[in-house]
Design a protein around this ligand. Sequence first.
Ligand code: PHE
Length: 341
Amino acid sequence: MNQATMEQVLKDAEVALGHLETEGALEAWYVKYFGRENGEIGKLLKTIPELPPQERGTVGKAINQGKQALEAAYEERRGRVASAAMQEQLRGERIDVTLPARGQLGGSIHPIMAAKQELIDLFAYYGFTVADGPEIEDDWHNFTALNTPTDHPARDAQDTFYLPDGRLLRTHMSSVQIRAMESGKPPLRLIMPGRVYRRDDVTKRHYPIFHQLEGLMVEEGTTFAHLKGLLTALCHELFGKNRRVRFRPSFFPFTEPSTEVDVECPFCGANGCGTCSYSGWIELGGAGMVHPNVLEAVSLDPEKVTGLAFGMGIDRVAMIRYGINDIRHLWENDDRFLQQF
Ligand code: PHE
C-alpha cells in the first residue's frame, strides 16, 4: 500500500458518507469501513507492518487521524438523517390547529325544574315559603300521622319501595306537612316541592318517580273558601284568566272535605283532545281541609286552628305548559328533547 491508496480509501469513505440518506445505508457504510472482519480501515491498518519501518509511524498516525475524522463525520451524518426522518414523520402527523371549533352545548333548565321554579315564584306572591323533608321517609310521616293507619285501604293506591329497616321512599309530599307542623307553630304558609315514588308501571302518563308540590296553610280562621280562591287564582296565572276551574268531591284520609282540582284543558278549549283524554278537563291534583286527626297527631287543637292543603303534580304542570305528551321524555336524557328548553 502506498500513501496515495490510503488517502484514496479515506477520501472515498468521506464522499460516500456525504450521500447517505437512510439509517440502513449508514449501517451498510459503517460495516464496509469499520466492520471487524473486513472493514476497509482495518485492512489499511493491517498493511502497516509491511511498510519500511521509518514510514510506519507517519502512515499509522495518518490512518488513525483519518479514522477519527470519519467516525466523527459518521455520528454527525447519523444525527442529521435521524432528525430528517423525525421531521418527515411530524409532517405526516400534522394537526391543523386553525380548524374552527365544534362549538359547545350550553346547558339549559330541565322543564320539570322550570315548572317548579315558576310555581315557587307564584306562591311567593301569596306569602308561601319553601320547606323540604327527606325522600327516605318513615311510616309515621308518610302514612300514620296522615290519618292512614297500617290497615287503611288508601295505602294500596300508594304502594312504594321499602327499605329493609321498614322505612320507605315517600309516596307524596304530604309527609313534609307533618314534619313542618311538628317543627313549626301556626301561622304556617308553606309549599313543599319534591320528588316522590310509587310502585307503578312506566307508561305515557305514569312513571315510578315524579314530582309534587304540596301546599299547606294553617292559621286561625282558614276556610274552604281560601282553598278555592287560592287554587283558582293559581290556575288562572298558570293557564290563563279565562280558564274555568272545577272542584270535584273526592277522598283523602288526611283532608276533610276533600276535592280534586281540574282546569279546563288549554289545548282544546274544553272540547276534548288527546291531552285531556277527551274529557275537556285536566286534573291538577288533590286538595282539602286538613283533617282534625292530622292536626291532633302533631299536637294542634282542631278547635283553634284549621288548615288547607293541596298537592299537585309538577311534571303534569310541565307537560301542560310545554305541550309534552309523554312523561318518559322527562327522564330519558335525550339531547334532542332537552335542547328545546
Ligand atoms: N297527597 C295526595 C296525593 O299524593 C294529594 C293531596 C295533598 C291531597 C294534600 C289533599 C291534600 O295524592
